[in-house]
Design a protein around this ligand. Structure first.
Ligand code: GDP
Ligand code: MG
Length: 301
């Protein structure tokens, strides 16, 4: 028999309105880039699992797409994925942007938690932007909901307060064996992560409606003898005009998207990457079963 503290392991669902900082916090918690971060809303379409080891505990985080009022099929699939992540989890962690603490989307989530009789841990995020007395008022207001305990104040961006949250979670998850190998940060297949990296560049470099009307798939992943990897990806857009925007004049735009994505992939994979991007017009890709499977979402939400 060993004297070591018993191992603990559990799922933590990170929920919150779009843009409250879920992906940023996840990256800080896990200490590596596993979920893309963007200043625009709803860049995360699927559940992404990041894993942190804290002492004897393994924390498995489920990053959820923003929970909002779904209209189109794609939105419904995203919301269904988000809630199923929350229902399966040992701990629900509601992240709130302290600069807009009771916006409509957050109120809707709180109502749904109450309906489900689900208790949750509350984390007020972005405390680097909000004065202390205001934070205390926000925490007081949330205490009145009667479902949040404990409450943390943190900044996913600066890391302030994140360790307190981490050590709480490590004590709160159930005792049990670890479910993932120690060195694993994410169970998201590499080709999905690679597609996210390119999609992040589309978000960062193109504006308005385009990012929401496009999706990226990794079609080919070829390990080469010299240690490099050849990756082929297709960017799906809905209209020929959008294809023209992604390509840019003389192909300059797609070249820049490819260059940045490749640099990021080389950093993440720690080896040389040959990235080939193709653009395809597929008017109805948001109604296409195959695209959903590629994104790890349920088509029939
Ligand atoms: P998500 O939609 O909830 O996953 O939010 P993201 O993680 O993509 O973050 C949305 C925006 O908020 C990005 O511009 C982040 O840089 C910013 N952000 C996230 N956390 C913090 C924080 O603690 N402080 C500040 N000042 N900005 C933050
Ligand atoms: Mg996100």
């Amino acid at each position: 028999m060993s004297d070591a503290a018993p191992r603990r392991c559990g799922y933590v669902a990170l929920i919150g309105a779009p843009n409250v900082g879920k992906s940023t916090l996840l990256n800080t918690l896990v200490g590596a880039k596993v979920s893309i971060v963007s200043p625009k809303v709803q860049t995360t379409r699927r559940r992404i699992v990041g894993i942190a080891i804290v002492g004897e505990a393994q924390l498995i985080f489920v990053d959820t797409p923003g929970i909002f009022e779904p209209k189109r099929r794609l939105e419904r699939a995203m919301v269904a994925a988000a809630w199923s992540g929350a229902e399966d989890a040992d701990i629900v962690l509601l992240l709130v942007d302290a600069t807009r603490p009771r916006d409509e989307a957050t109120r809707a989530i709180v109502a749904r938690l109450k309906n489900a009789r689900r208790r949750a841990v509350l984390a007020l995020n972005k405390i680097d932007l909000v004065p202390r007395p205001t934070l205390l008022e926000i925490a007081q207001r949330y205490a009145e909901d009667g479902i949040f305990d404990p409450v943390f104040m943190l900044s996913g961006l600066t890391g302030d307060g994140v360790d307190d949250l981490k050590s709480y979670l490590a004590r709160a998850v159930p005792a049990g064996p670890w479910l993932y190998p120690e060195d694993q940060l994410s169970d998201l297949p590499q080709r999905l992560i690679a597609a996210e990296v390119t999609r992040e560049q589309i978000f960062l470099q193109l504006h308005q409606e385009l990012p929401y009307n496009s999706t990226v798939e990794t079609e080919k992943w070829e390990e080469r003898d010299d240690g490099s990897v050849k990756i082929e990806q297709t960017i799906f857009v809905m209209r020929p005009g959008q294809k023209a925007i992604v390509l840019g004049e003389g192909g300059r735009q797609i070249k820049r998207i490819g260059e940045r994505a490749r640099a990021e992939l080389e950093r993440m994979l720690d080896r040389r990457v040959h990235l080939f991007l193709f653009v395809r017009v597929k008017e109805d890709w948001t109604e296409d079963r195959e695209r959903y499977e590629a994104m790890g979402l349920e088509y029939t939400s």
